[in-house]
Design a protein around this ligand. Structure first.
Ligand code: SF4
Length: 227
């Protein structure tokens, strides 16, 4: 089990799944402070535009900006929204003021459209693992959350993510490597790949220079000669 000082930002798992170097530049080297604030601003804006305004609707209890922690995974963060859905069986948790049992379902908002990779899905699954641990501790049960939803601003649609064993294993593997790298303070070397074109840190990272066969000095010499 981790302690408070060891906890890493849960949202970082989306960076890690996209590129381990990107995660290290942001979370180990703190190279993205200004951009991160911009992102957080956008994030808040998303909440203002939130199409799910009511707290209780159609038998669903909605909580927003839910604090999350997992001492087993060593993660902390905030879920944009958690819906609690009424359970017909006995597998859910108690909610004060509401009869019956309820199951949490995390919902994460994203500005853009669905990504071609699983970075948003692993972030959502990490939220579910935190909720499972938190509610299992309080209620003394073995809560398992089956699914969650990603809502994309561009498509204005929810996409279901099923938390099967594969995605759970992916999250566990990513988080373990995040802790190992953070402890060593280790930023991986740049490797230029097609996804670098979509990376907001491409200018800081400069992957073409670092990935040049004869190193950064030869790349700079070449760049100056061909400028
Ligand atoms: S530019 Fe490429 S290698 Fe560098 S952080 Fe971004 S994705 Fe990773």
């Amino acid at each position: 089990m981790y302690v408070d000082d060891d906890l890493l930002m849960l949202s970082g798992i989306q960076h890690f799944a996209f590129c381990e170097r990107q995660w290290a530049l942001i979370h180990i080297e703190q190279q993205w402070a200004e951009n991160m604030r911009t992102v957080e601003g956008n994030h808040l804006h998303e909440r203002v535009d939130d199409p799910f305004a009511s707290e209780v609707r159609g038998g669903i209890i909605t909580l927003r900006s839910v604090s999350l922690v997992s001492y087993r995974l060593g993660l902390y963060g905030v879920a944009d929204m958690v819906e609690f859905r009424r359970c017909e069986n006995n597998e859910g948790i108690f909610m004060i003021g509401y009869p019956g049992k309820w199951k949490p379902v995390p919902v994460e908002y994203k500005r853009g459209k669905p990504k071609p990779d699983h970075r948003d899905a692993v972030q959502l699954c990490a939220q579910a693992l935190c909720l499972e641990e938190m509610y299992s501790e309080v209620d003394g049960l073995d809560l398992e959350i089956d699914n969650g939803y990603l809502y994309y601003g561009e498509t204005r649609h929810r996409h279901e993510v099923v938390f099967d064993q594969n995605i759970r294993n992916l999250v566990e593997g990513y988080v373990q490597r995040m802790h190992e790298m953070f402890e060593k303070g280790q930023t991986p070397e740049a490797k230029y790949k097609t996804h670098c074109k979509a990376c907001s840190l491409v200018e800081i990272c400069n992957p073409k220079a670092f990935d040049h066969p004869r190193g950064v000095n030869d790349y700079l010499k070449y760049a100056l000669e061909t400028d």
